[in-house]
Write a protein that binds this ligand. Sequence first.
Ligand code: GDP
Ligand code: MN
Length: 398
Amino acid sequence: MNLHEYQGKEILNSFGVRIQRGIVAQNKNEAVAAAKQLTAETGTGWHVIKAQVHAGGRGKGGGVKLAKNLEQVEEIAGQIIGMNLITPQTSAEGKKVHQVLVAEDVYYPTEGGETKEFYMSVLLNRSSGRNMIMYSTEGGMDIETVAEETPHLIFTEEIDPSVGLMPFQARRVAFNLGLSGAAFKDMTKFVSALYKAYVSSDASLFEINPVLKTTDDKIMAVDAKVTIDDNALYRHRDYVDMRDLREENPIEVEAKEVGLNYVDLDGNVGCMVNGAGLAMATMDLIKQAGGEPANFLDVGGTADAKRVEEAFRIILKDPNVKAILINIFGGIVRCDRVAQGVVDAYKNMGDAIKVPIIVRLQGTNADIAKELIDNSGLDVQSAVQFQEAADKVQAVIG
Ligand code: GDP
Ligand code: MN
C-alpha cells in the first residue's frame, strides 16, 4: 500500500524521525487555517504548499510551491487543489490533486549556515536478503539519474536482521555524507530512528528525497515516499484507513472487493485463469503468440458460475479487451462444473459480452467440459492444447 507524503511523515514522526512539519488541507480555506496554525507553532511566516498525489517529481510539475504570506497560501492552494498534476512519474493525463500539505518552510537562511540536501532510502535487498539503507550526497535529484551519471556518489549500508542497525553504521552514513559537528550527531539519530520506523511499520520502502540539513544543522525529512507491505496490514489497523482508493486503479479496487486477484495491464487479451503460476504462464504464452495480456487474473479455487460472472464483469470493464482467454486446470474443481459455470455466466450476462471467448479446460472431466462448450451455441471456442488456445486468440484479434 502506497501512502501520501503527509501520511508517511506521520508514521516517521511517530517513531521520532524529525520531519518538516505540515498540516493537510482539502481546500484553500483549510490551507490558510493550516498556515496560521503552523505559524503559531513554529514561528515561520513562509510555507510550502505540496500536492498530495501518489507520484514523485511533483516539484517539476508545479505541484510544490513556496508561499511567503497568507494571500499566497490561498492563491497557490487554490491553484494546486483540483489541478491535473503531470510529473515525470505520472501518465500523460496526470493525476487529479484532491488535497495539499501546507508545510513549514525549512530552507530558511541563518548567518553563515547553509542547507544541504541528501537522498536516503530503506529497502530490502533481495539478493542478500537483508534490509539496506541507500543514501547519497546528491539529494533532491532523481536517484536513477544519479545512479547513471555518478554511481560513486551512492552508498549502501546493509543491516544484519538479527542484530539491527549498529551505531557504527549510523556514524558511517553521517561520515560518508560529509557531515561534522552537530549535523553529524543529528544524522546518526535520524538514521537510527528511520531504520527503526522502517522495521516497526512493516514497510517495504522508505524513500526520503530530500533529507535536509537545515542552515542550523538539523537533519529532517522534507519528503516521504512510504510503502507498507499489504501482507502486514493486519498488524497495523491504524494504517489501513490511510489507503486512498482515489489513487488506485478503480478496476483493481473493485476486483479486490469481490475477492479476485486482478492486476490491470496494457494489452487487449483478457485472461481468466486459476492459480497464479498458470496465470503467469498464460500471459507468457499470449505474448509468445504475438498478443498482449490485458490483465493478470487469478479466479482462485472455486470457478463456479457466480465467480466466472464476476470475473467476466471485471475483465470487460477494460475497454481495450478484444478477446477473453479462459485457461483453467480442473483438479479438485471438475472441468465440467467450470464449463457449466462459463455457459451459465455467459447466458446470465445477456448481451454484455461482445468479444469472442476461447476456453481451455484441462484436468478432471475435460472431455465432458469441451462437449458442453462446443454444444452451448454461444460465441465460445474450446481448445485442448495450450498453444492451440493462444493461436485461436491470435486468430480472433488478428
Ligand atoms: P517531489 O518533487 O515530489 O519529490 O517533492 P519534494 O517534497 O521532494 O519537494 C520538491 C522540492 O521542493 C524539494 O527538493 C525542495 O527543493 C523544495 N522544497 C521542499 N520543501 C521546501 C521548503 O520548505 N522551502 C523551500 N524553499 N523549498 C522547499
Ligand atoms: Mn522528493
